[in-house]
Design a protein around this ligand. Structure first.
Ligand code: PAF
Length: 294
């Protein structure tokens, strides 16, 4: 595996691989890799010839007072893990390479990618500017890596929807592939931010997935009786349960798969939740199919 820090070197390598007729698979990350990331790389390697994984903690997608400074940076350990699997290029640029004309990590840079309305709700409402940061860095990385396929985890469900739309709207010739959420044996969705949790908080955090599962069961078991007008009560009850277990729930909602408010006809739903445990913000979701019983 080659470790590349500069854009020019990366471009040269990619050009060589492309002229040899190789396809490029890409896994963008912010590092502190866990099994979830490694599975994205493994999926990429089943889909393309040359696999690039990027590690870049993108200042532009963090808001004021968020955890940009604390975000775990573990490049050596990450590189060691990637060497064990089928990764060909680790691209780990510096902030000054990505935002060369900015003195504050891109926050003052002129040209950004403004994502559509889909990015203003849920995570976008809770973290204003977050998806502008994500859409901008993902577009920049796509320009550098020029992948044929890019793999994203389904844990960041809204991010995935924003990226599908970005690629479509900007006519980027890249296939976006979603990888299902990778969970600990306890059900806790794997995340680099889990590193902030104490052992007892990790135990507490299991309640998040349990709550999603219980809601999904209620939605599935009541296919004929439950109507959209009942969803808000289900959401409120679930939030109450989580908060009683020590969470501070940011939002918990039942949406159509495209994140629109569901209608009674929507059978393919997703339940999204974001909650604080102490100062750690945890994110999870569960897709549900409400197939009507005959
Ligand atoms: O999901 C992430 O880790 C980040 O948002 C991404 C896509 C690497 C952009 O910085």
């Amino acid at each position: 595996m080659q470790i590349i820090h500069h854009i020019a070197q990366l471009r040269q390598l990619i050009a060589e691989h492309k002229s040899a007729g190789k396809s490029i698979g890409f896994v963008p990350t912010m590092g502190n890799l866990h099994q979830g990331h490694l599975q994205l790389v493994e999926l990429a390697s089943a889909q393309a010839d040359i696999i690039v994984c990027s590690i870049f903690v993108n200042p532009l997608q963090f808001g004021e007072g968020e955890d940009f400074a604390e975000y775990p940076r573990t490049l050596d350990a990450d590189a060691a893990q990637l060497r064990q699997i089928d990764c060909d290029i680790l691209f780990a640029p510096a902030v000054s390479d990505i935002y060369p004309e900015s003195s504050n990590g891109g926050r003052d840079q002129m040209q950004v990618i403004v994502p559509p309305e889909l990015a203003d709700i849920l995570e976008g409402a809770a973290r204003p500017g977050h998806f502008t940061g994500v859409a901008t860095i993902v577009t920049k990385l796509f320009n550098m890596v020029q992948p044929d396929k890019a793999i994203f985890g389904a844990k960041d469900y809204q991010q995935l929807q924003v990226i599908y739309k970005l690629v479509k709207d900007l006519c980027l010739p890249i296939e976006i592939i979603a990888h299902p959420i990778v969970r600990e044996s306890t059900g806790l969705a794997m995340s680099s931010r889990n590193a902030y949790l104490s052992d007892s908080q990790k135990q507490q955090a299991i309640a998040l997935f349990k709550t999603l599962k219980s809601l999904a069961t209620q939605l599935k078991n009541n296919t004929t009786k439950l109507k959209v007008c009942d969803y808000s009560q289900l959401e409120q009850d679930a939030i109450k349960q989580l908060d009683a277990q020590g969470f501070k729930t940011d939002y918990l909602c039942i949406r159509a798969r495209n994140l629109a408010l569901p209608t009674d006809d929507d059978k393919e739903l997703v339940i999204l939740v974001t909650a604080y445990l102490g100062t750690t913000r945890l994110l999870d979701n569960l897709q549900v199919s409400r197939v009507c019983k005959q």
